[in-house]
Design a protein around this ligand. Structure first.
Ligand code: AMP
Length: 446
């Protein structure tokens, strides 16, 4: 199968040739003809599957081939994304695909001045990438009209709900024309997402590509157990021992990111951090410098790094395990992309045994332990396996110190509900036509 057989027009094929895309990925093979045919889509696909081209290519083709010329302050296609970085990334991809088409594209997001965005929108744009909050601001200030809108894309819809954007989505939804094409992409399909889909989609085609736990197949994964307080020291030790060149490191909290960056910089290591508290310009600069290999270690929270496409990243380190097991798959998906091999190392302390167990259950594997001499933990991390069991070993009679790591006290599965430890193959259940958006307050900018 080629992009030409999927029905793409010549200007797009030329762009793809320039980019070196030869064969459509599975999500592209399914999405492109369906979007060209005008269908609504509900797609279970995460970053790394080629989903951006899956919706952007046919969208650009429809914009180029059909519909009226865009008028002042109007937008013909809207792509909603959860974060500013993702807005930049998706827009950059769109820009490359649209290189040979006479279309105007643009990205708007918060954290930067709104005035230049208002100016830019005056003459109208064919395709706008936006985060929900800034989009609404622009709409309320009459900088945007939706009367010409023909297609809406919700990208990373699950993350938009996680970030508390349900109210903004409801308000946007109310402002959009009822007759339009809607494409929804989500890595997971919780009840909230199905409700959202029920509200927004019309007879959608369901697409499901490579179950999310398969994404990790090209990534060599292992863990090192260590006491919590020795994690920074172990990280530096492993970095020097492995002569790591470029590493994306995930920490659980913003404070955790700052503390590790400070520690590394104090040792003269070229490190930077991104999290939701940092101004957008600082985040983007750190990311750009990391992509350009000017920064060796980038430490990030899950939200800041979600969906980012960084080419040829050989190594991801989980300084802390993620609270939600599925984030483990997103994190390690930053390496081993497009068939290349990558490595993902997790530093695991005894407190994190239940998180480890949930990850192993979700990915259906027992992560290999490779302990580091001199860093063996005083608080042992109980054994785990892919069945979701924390295996409690009988205490050795002669050991004077309590070395069970508190394993006997822990209660497996309490931290996450059964819906989050998702079945291995996410099934897209039929959508329900019921009102949505009252999914409750959620935290913004974790
Ligand atoms: P995405 O899942 O949309 O974030 O895309 C992941 C990466 O795959 C991006 O760097 C794309 O440029 C790249 N990509 C997408 N489709 C193809 C393709 N058909 N052939 C080669 N690379 C692709």
């Amino acid at each position: 199968m080629t992009f030409a057989t999927l029905g793409l027009i010549e200007p797009l094929l030329r762009s793809l040739e320039t980019l070196g895309y030869q064969t459509p990925t599975p999500v592209q093979a399914q999405a492109i003809p369906a979007v060209l045919a005008g269908r609504d889509l509900m797609a279970a696909a995460q970053t790394g599957t080629g989903k951006t081209a899956g919706f952007a290519l046919p969208l650009l083709q429809l914009l180029a081939m059909e519909g009226p010329k865009v008028t002042a302050n109007s937008v013909r296609a809207l792509i909603l994304v959860p974060t500013r970085e993702l807005a930049e990334q998706v827009h950059e991809a769109v820009r490359q695909y649209a290189e040979n088409l006479p279309l105007r594209t643009y990205a708007v997001y918060g954290g930067v001045s709104i005035n230049p965005q208002m100016m830019k929108l005056r003459s109208g744009v064919d395709l706008l990438v936006a985060t929900p909050g800034r989009l609404l601001d622009l709409f309320r200030q009459n900088a945007l009209k939706f009367n010409q809108l023909q297609t809406l894309v919700l990208d990373e819809a699950d993350r938009m709900l996680d970030l508390g954007f349900s109210e903004e989505l409801a308000n946007i939804y109310r402002a959009l024309p009822k007759k339009r094409q809607t494409l929804l992409f989500s890595a997971t399909f919780s009840d909230d997402i199905r409700l959202l889909a029920g509200q927004m989609l019309n007879d959608p085609l369901s697409i499901e590509v490579s179950p999310r736990n398969v994404a990790a197949n090209t990534v060599k994964q292992w863990i090192v157990t260590v006491d919590k307080k020795r994690k920074p020291e172990l990280f530096v030790h492993l970095m020097r021992k492995g002569k790591w060149k470029q590493v994306l490191v995930f920490a659980k909290t913003r404070n955790g990111v700052d503390a590790l960056v400070e520690k590394l910089q104090g040792l003269g290591i070229n490190a930077d951090g991104i999290h939701g508290d940092k101004p957008q310009a600082t985040r983007q600069r750190a990311l750009d410098r990391f992509k350009a290999s000017e920064v060796q270690i980038l430490v990030a929270t899950d939200v800041a790094a979600r969906g980012l496409d960084i080419e040829d990243l050989p190594l991801v380190v989980n300084f802390d395990l993620p609270i939600v097991a599925e984030d483990y798959i997103h994190r390690i998906g930053r390496t081993g992309r497009a068939g290349s091999t990558g490595e993902a190392i997790s530093l695991v302390c005894a407190d994190e045994v239940n998180l480890l167990s949930a990850i192993e259950m979700l990915t259906r594997q027992t992560l290999k332990r490779q302990n580091e001499p001199d860093f063996e933990p005083e608080h042992r991390v109980p054994d785990t396996d892919a069945s979701g069991q924390v295996i409690k070993k009988p205490k050795k009679p002669k050991k004077p110190k309590a070395s069970g790591g508190g394993g006997g006290k822990r209660n497996l599965g309490k931290w996450v509900d059964s819906g989050e430890v998702a079945p291995a193959e996410p099934s897209i259940k039929p959508v329900r036509k019921v009102p949505v958006f009252n999914t409750g307050p959620r935290k913004r900018k974790p």
